[in-house]
Write a protein that binds this ligand. Sequence first.
Ligand SMILES: Nc1ncnc2c1ncn2[C@@H]1O[C@H](COP(=O)(O)OP(=O)(O)O[C@H]2O[C@H](CO)[C@@H](O)[C@H](O)[C@H]2O)[C@@H](O)[C@H]1O
Length: 476
Amino acid sequence: MQTLAVASEIYPLVKTGGLADVTGALPKVMERFGVSTRTLVPGYPSLLALARLHPPLLEFDDLLGHRAFLRHLEIEGLSLFVLDAPALYERDGGPYVDGNGVDHPDNWKRFAVLCLAAAEIASGVMPGWKPDLVHLHDWQAALTAVYMRNMQCKVPTLLTIHNIAFQGQFSAEVLPEIGLPPDVFTTDCLEYFGDICYLKGGLTTTDHITVVSPTYAREILSPAFGMGLDGVLRGRIDCLDGIVNGIDGDIWNPATDPYLPFRYDVRSLRRKKQNKAMLLERFGLDAGAGPLFSTVTRITWQKGMDMLAEVADEIFHWGGRLIVLGQGDHEIEAALKCAAQRFPGKMAVSIGYNEPTAHLLHGGSDSIIQPSRFEPCGLTQLYALRYGCVPVVARTGGLSETIIDANDAALSARAATGFQFHPVTADGLRQAIRRAARSYRDQRDWTRLQTQAMRANYGWERSAETYAALYRRLIN
Ligand SMILES: Nc1ncnc2c1ncn2[C@@H]1O[C@H](COP(=O)(O)OP(=O)(O)O[C@H]2O[C@H](CO)[C@@H](O)[C@H](O)[C@H]2O)[C@@H](O)[C@H]1O
């Protein structure tokens, strides 16, 4: 079976968050289930340097007024179609924002062009290659399904939502510019409170929808989590599933991780303490009697980082330490920095995006905190499990189904892997921190939790098998 995946980021070439981890890992595992994937990605500078070493596969004369080349790149076990349209993708900054963190003003066009190219590939413009199914990821790829319907292309489509908070909403004024007929501007397609919404267009035209955990699949049907699209999703409930994410165990493995000065596995957990000592020194923190908590995340309201700034003192009360790595909302960043100033030697904040530091924080911390207000799946807590960092998580979305709370029953069954809290409030978080810090005082209990966490299996196999079965069902 041949599939075309369409995505705006893919690890290890371009990543701003969990989407890239999934689009980079899934195709490799799907091979084992007889699925061969080619992923169409925009030709950002990081990709072009490699992709331009080979002659193009195809030339598009006119993608919404742009001439573009389709190039092929095989790298790190991935097979990529790179859309080389320099005026749209070859620029400074990230995939969505410029060097100052401001959205590229023509994102509506950049991702419409990506989707139009995908629809043309699905329709068979490539000599000798046509997909059996098209797998779209998030709003940046969603419009593909609308273009395909418009071209009367019958190849089945699956749209995966990684986070419904990001929807691709633009002024209806751009509609004449994206090459679709005016009749898509209706409430059962692209129209969204007077604007157009790429994700809604995808949700209303794709054959099937998945989100990244069964719990999130239920949550987004309600106004509290559906972000304005819950009604659309309720209308498509028969085509909606939740498939939980896995982790790439080659990249996230404490026994082989090149970013860890001291590598370890479940039998040599003691070596993790040496990473902790290094981390404390590097971030200028004094050793305390309590656990070292960390966060690796976008610093946003979704991720509950404002609550963490509010209750950080609870950690220090128990002799714990805190390191925050992330970037995002400037006000919350400032609140966290302010907390760090109040607690010198106890808390450090590193603003930025840094892959090696993210690995080191998992390799040396005792616990990872994830107080998300909503979390479609979450990958950080899964990496934390593998690295024996006991997660402290909000009971929401994928967090609630991947972490087993250390309540009495789960502790005595030796099944517990972390601490959950609910309601998702600052006070709830404070209590969960207290529970974790108390548990840490008995090192035997703590080691047992770490060991159980490390033995939890969150590889991709089971979910990849579910995706493969779904692909087959859609094709047949
Ligand atoms: N400052 C930093 N430096 C280095 N690395 C950093 C970093 N900040 C974040 N990361 C990395 O980015 C990834 C974040 O992934 P998550 O799944 O936790 O959240 P995200 O909201 O991006 O993903 C969305 O998509 C994924 C994939 O489906 C869902 O799991 C999730 O719930 C949904 O919100 C992790 O690999 C993490 O290590």
